[in-house]
Design a protein around this ligand. Structure first.
Ligand code: SF4
Ligand code: SF4
Length: 473
């Protein structure tokens, strides 16, 4: 039954194959010879199969786990250097017709205020986000054909791209909306979106149907096959994710990698990103009601195993996680984080009064973007506001082939420094700016090509002296 090339959800995410994989992993979790050979294969940086990666995840030998962590850290350094890309979510509407048991926006929650931003409100939110320094947004909306039809989403995207306030601009809009038709994906593609992100929530079909008892999202196959329709509609970059805590994490992990293998087998390009959210407390939602919660250590192990299994795929973590957890997993492979986020509809322009909260989940990391940027630099990272690939048309397989040839490194590092410089000049506090200027000075030396280094220096000067913006390699 299992066939990664099949277009049917139950064949490319075969329950039987996942169960056999978990059995195989359990039987081999102490097989040190096999584990060593898998680690050796991972060192080639060409990725691992779901079976191989599942053995690493099952392994409990501390020495071997440490080897996987070390390798994840090394792969992270080789592919992403010390750069972390920044983004912010923007919730457009929390009207939703679905019944997801883990989300406060579910239809039956009658006490959460329902809100939908008007274009005027979006303008205010985007100006507030630009004034923080953000360049990359992920827009979010519940599924509601009457309140949030595709025309509304498209109008919002146009509004967001059109706002140029002072030196601000949102240069990439990623979209996280419900599974939809090829025709609607085509419209999103034509509107110039970056990545289309859709969390699977859980790959376990029975649990999926139980957790989504009502609404269009109940349909497991339609949801699971969404990325294929998105790619058919012309969207090159898609982002996968599961909500850890709903089902057994080893099951989800195998399913997630099988989904990535399916995209590679059918479309020739794997997922652009993988997100790793965990169930959090929210209005009407108690995470303790879900028995599959995972510890911070298991969470870190999952991140490390994803990093070695799919080295070319970006990994995203949100402000659901605390500063301490974020610090740990950034080292092990996470390449994108949000900062200064609001998970309510609106709230950037004017904070919501507590009694009217429309939050989707409680934020653990409540620091401002300036604080997150400063913290990243203090622990040795370069916060990057880069959106260059998407704007240079380096998406899908073009992005992946550049990435696989190692060429992307010649763009990412100078782009990170230039976008950080823009941030420092336009938005940073004096303290953050002082740390950032020193960092840029030091990191310029790490641009390997002399010519690129020279051009980057000129661009950096021009940002400072001529007020020019938006340079990119
Ligand atoms: S997870 Fe998405 S689809 Fe489900 S209730 Fe929340 S907003 Fe609606
Ligand atoms: S150059 Fe491309 S891959 Fe590198 S940070 Fe910018 S957008 Fe990402």
């Amino acid at each position: 039954m299992y066939d990664p090339k099949s277009m049917k959800a139950e064949e490319f995410i075969s329950d039987e194959e996942i169960r056999e994989t978990l059995d195989y992993a359990e039987k081999n979790k102490d097989n040190l010879e096999l584990i060593d050979s898998i680690i050796e294969k991972a060192k080639l940086r060409k990725g691992l199969s779901h079976r191989e990666a599942s053995v690493l995840l099952a392994c409990e030998n501390e020495e071997k786990i440490q080897e996987v962590y070390d390798l994840a850290e090394q792969i992270k350094k080789d592919f992403y250097g010390n750069r972390i890309v920044m983004f912010a979510p923007l919730y457009l509407s929390n009207y939703c017709v679905n019944g997801c048991l883990y989300c406060p926006y579910h239809l039956k929650n009658k006490h959460i205020p329902r809100k939908k931003l008007t274009q005027e409100e979006i303008k205010n939110e985007v100006i507030a986000l630009q004034d923080m320094g953000h360049k990359r947004l992920a827009i979010e909306a519940g599924e509601d054909p009457i309140n949030n039809p595709i025309e509304y989403i498209l109008e919002c995207i146009n509004t967001i791209y059109s706002i140029k306030h002072k030196n601000g601009a949102i240069r990439r809009v990623n979209v996280n909306i419900a599974a939809t038709t090829v025709e609607n994906y085509r419209k999103l593609h034509e509107a110039g979106i970056g990545t289309y992100i859709l969390f699977q929530e859980t790959y376990h079909k029975e649990s999926y149907e139980r957790l989504h008892p009502t609404g269009p999202k109940h349909n497991y196959a339609y949801h699971t096959e969404a990325m294929d329709r998105a790619m058919e509609g012309g969207i090159d970059d898609v982002g996968l994710g599961v909500l850890f805590g709903l089902e057994l994490y080893k099951y989800e992990f195998a399913g997630l990698l099988m989904h990535a293998e399916h995209l590679e087998a059918v479309h020739g390009v794997g997922p652009h990103t993988i997100s790793v959210p965990r169930v959090k407390h929210a209005d009407d939602i108690d995470p303790d009601e879900f028995d599959n919660g995972i510890s911070d250590d298991t969470f870190a192990k999952i991140c490390a195993c994803i990093r070695v299994a799919v080295p070319y795929t970006g990994m995203i973590i949100s402000t659901r996680e605390s500063k301490a957890v974020r610090e740990k997993v950034i080292r092990l492979g996470v390449s994108q984080i949000s900062g200064g986020s609001k998970t309510s509809v609106g709230g950037y322009y004017e904070p919501e009064p507590e009694e009217e909260s429309s939050e989707q989940f409680d934020v653990s990391d409540k620091r401002t973007l300036d604080e997150v940027v400063r913290w990243l630099m203090e622990i040795g990272y370069i916060p990057s506001f880069c959106t260059a690939c998407y704007r240079e048309g380096r998406t899908g397989d073009r992005f992946m082939s550049l990435c696989k040839s190692g060429q992307i490194q010649n763009c990412c590092h100078p782009n990170a420094l230039m976008t950080l410089k823009e941030y420092l000049v336009d938005y940073a506090s004096p303290e953050t700016r002082a740390i950032g200027e020193k960092l840029i000075e030091k990191e310029l030396d790490n641009i390997p090509k002399e010519k690129v280094r020279q051009i980057a220096k000129e661009y950096l000067e021009s940002i400072e002296k001529d007020g020019k913006r938006d340079f990119r390699f």
